[in-house]
Ligand binder design. Sequence first.
Ligand code: HSE
Length: 443
Amino acid sequence: MSDATMKPLQVGLIGFGTVGKGVFDVLRRNEEEITRRAGRPIRITWIATRTLDRARDGTRGVDGVNLTNDSAVVVRHPDIDIVCELIGGVEPARSMVLDAISRGKHVVTANKALLAQHGNEIFAAASDKGVMVAFEAAVAGGVPIIKALREGLTANRIEWIAGIINGTSNFILSEMRETGASFADALKEAQARGYAEADPTFDVEGIDAAHKLSIMSAIAFGVPMQYEKAYAEGISKLTREDLRYAEELGYRIKLLAITRRAKNGIELRVHPTLIPTKRLIANVEGAMNAVLVKGDAVGATLYYGAGAGAEPTASAIIADLVDVTRMHTADPNHRVPHLAFQPDQLTDVPFLPMGEVETSYYLRMRVDDKPGVLADITRILADRDISIDAMIQKEPSEGEFQTDIILLTHRSIEKRVVDAIAHIEALPTVRDKVVRIRLEQLN
Ligand code: HSE
């Protein structure tokens, strides 16, 4: 029987920035309902923060909570049941988490970089100690995608996942398309709104999305986390021209994170991708996140919501605190495994190198406006078994003798397309590098 008057579970927060404050506020505001759900009260009793003066400022509302600037005090405190790590980055977060686990404490973390790179080590340590490491907030912020993949879809053989899981990049692409803003201005605005990582190259170069994708891939396919196998290409080289041409062809460009069970292995890739505008996920704009999951039984399911921000992230963290509270006294063997599959049942399916990935392509080339140019290009593609799906050729501007040709291809193996591009670029009539953006129909 649950008893809301039972001794509270005690939480220590490590980090008290935007997200930490969000957790504190939501937990306090919804305390009564959360307690009724969890079966016992959940209390933040310690906070470790580098900015003690700010935390002590009366406006932060943390009266009655113990404050320290030494995280070890919290991690090692005998009364703390759950350590909530909110500092981000690999070190010192990794050492703190391992220290907490070694002391038999559960861990709740939003740290995708840490889990993507050291998740296997951390989960193994947690299993040895019989404690839980919960990480709903690490992927897509407030969207409960970990819960959905690990539990809601557990009947399915997952076929693929395609997600918009970096709000900063999505915000930038929306701004560039809707307002004509430059990449640099849109990034500044995303930073001002607090979406971006400490190092924004993590956002715009696909690294943050690759961290999150590695976590989802492991859960979906029952493989160890292997971030180092992920391919990451960001949005910093996209031009407004290509966003416009894509629209003309009925597509929208998104930074898509894709993991797919292919014949010879698992694809794990993040890159700008054309998606048909008529797909729901193509219309996810601004800093919002969305994840499309294809299961063999359920078909396609779509999860949408805020991927960053204080209270959306707090929503996911508190869900983890409640889960841990409910399962705290359960036999560790009866808990949901960290990566959905029992730890001794993970398999070692290889991840495919990018050259072996199969997808479609948008190719834009600047060419001399002369007879035979198009024939040369299509021959190069045909020789490599690459079939053309659609094409537009622009009229040269007044007084110009060069023009843009844009081709969309059917699905092909990437290494063939790379080879075709090298041969196209070697044609004397082709100016500049060929712009290559991958394309997914998502049907
Ligand atoms: N920098 C991340 C984003 C925050 O832009 O989505 C949430 O992980």
